[in-house]
Design a protein. Structure first.
Length: 428
């Protein structure tokens, strides 16, 4: 039984996966932040989160290049804190990568319904799982080629969107219908600002499939984060300054609706953008499927999940992990709402960020001789700043979403208990 993955990814393929994992966050989801903080408050939340991600990615790159394994955070936390750390990191990463695709699938269904009213939202979303699971079964080489093409189209499309919005941008529009800027509103908007960048850390989950990881991974992370930073701020600021933000704050398809408001429903750009807008959502949906399949694979290979999930087919794809992750996503599609799914995915992400950063400090102390091809600049100040912002985000999410936080904690408890049963020994 084969349980290893083959290195096939170069710098630009890794850039495509990094950007593709995240780019749907520029298309939808972030606009819910306007509903709780208004444009100015949400801009402040976004700037704060941007600092978080710059400092976190610099820190995370050190771990990814030092330990380039498919488990990503699971591998780092296991090495730093033993089995219990690995279970916490693995569970948090799974929550993020299993629940991000359903939110994207909701948006895919909504965009398709916007174009063709006869198409049901959930039916279209479920069909996406079938199509892209089959695509990923073809293997990483084919998946990476597809990611490169569709991500390039998605980036080009957002640049066109910003070009169409820019002539209509007015500062007065951005400041119209003001919501008082309060700390509570800014903090409540943090999960939706995180959605702009959520899942870029998924690059770590394919590290085992990267050629020359010590050189390729820092470049992939750097190029990817720079691209996303420009797109996130550009889309959010230009959209808020060209439209009435209140009309967009509860939609799963804010960008085509923004064009409809600015250019009119008869404009060919409105329908065209909604049509090609599917590329950005497809890129992220495809990328997160790659991410959750590799995390399931890594946990199963380590003995924390059933062994069949660690098997790969003749094309090198973890086929049972792909199928199992898709089944979980379909259940989430049928039971959740977009904003709830986003908050749970973000909660998983920030818990994983916290334990990864703690792993960085622990490994620096315990394994000073570990080869580190990339070292975070400004250590320890940079990772400490990242950790402070992550803990602030985590506390905020728990405070404003107690029910979902309890559900997350219960799941974590079950994960630890399940790991004990599967491995047949007590985790201490």
């Amino acid at each position: 039984m084969k349980t290893t993955l083959t290195p096939t990814l170069g710098t630009w393929q890794l850039w495509a996966i990094a950007v593709g994992l995240v780019i749907s966050g520029e298309y939808f989801g972030w606009n819910y932040g306007w509903a709780v903080a208004g444009p100015v408050g949400f801009l402040l939340a976004t700037l704060l989160v941007t600092v978080l991600y710059v400092t976190f990615v610099l820190s995370f790159t050190e771990l990814t290049t030092a330990i380039p394994q498919a488990g990503g955070p699971f591998a780092y936390a296991s090495r730093a804190f033993g089995p219990v750390g690995g279970v916490v990191a693995g569970y948090a990463t799974l929550v993020e990568f299993l629940l991000t695709p359903p939110a994207i699938a909701f948006a895919l269904g909504s965009y398709a319904h916007f174009l063709w009213a006869a198409l049901p939202v959930r039916g279209t979303a479920l069909s996406c799982y079938v199509v892209f699971t089959l695509l990923n079964l073809l293997g990483m080489k084919e998946s990476a080629r597809f990611a490169l093409v569709v991500t390039g189209l998605a980036v080009a499309e957002l640049l066109v969107f910003m070009g169409l919005m820019a002539p209509h941008f007015r500062v007065a529009n951005f400041l119209a219908h003001p919501v008082p800027v309060r700390l509570g509103g800014v903090l409540a908007a943090l999960p939706f600002a995180i959605w702009f960048y959520l899942a870029i850390e998924g690059v770590a989950l394919v590290a085992e499939e990267v050629k020359e990881p010590r050189r390729t991974i820092p470049r992939g992370y750097g190029y990817g984060l720079g691209t996303l930073l420009l797109l996130a701020l550009g889309v959010m600021i230009l959209t808020g300054g060209a439209t009435d933000w209140r009309a967009l704050s509860h939609l799963d398809y804010p960008l085509p609706e923004a064009l409809r408001l600015v250019l009119g429903p008869a404009s060919p750009w409105t329908k065209l953008f909604a049509s090609i807008g599917l590329f950005g959502l497809v890129a992220s949906f495809h990328g997160t499927i790659i991410g959750y399949s590799r995390q399931l694979f890594a946990l199963a290979r380590a003995g924390y999940l059933p062994t069949p999930l660690a098997r790969v087919n003749g094309r090198g794809a973890p086929h049972w992990a792909l199928v199992a992750g898709g089944a979980v996503g379909c259940v989430a599609l049928l039971t959740g709402t977009t904003d709830q799914v986003i908050i749970l995915a973000v909660l998983g992400a920030v818990v994983m960020y916290a334990i990864s950063l703690l792993s960085l400090f622990a490994l620096r102390r315990r394994e000073p001789a570990l080869a580190r091809p990339f070292q975070v600049p400004g250590y320890p100040a940079v990772p400490l700043l990242a950790l402070a912002l992550v803990l602030l985000s985590l506390g905020t999410i728990i405070y404003y979403n107690p029910g979902l936080s309890v559900a997350f904690a219960v799941g974590l408890g079950l994960a630890v208990g399940g790991a004990k049963l599967i491995r047949g020994k007590l985790i201490v």
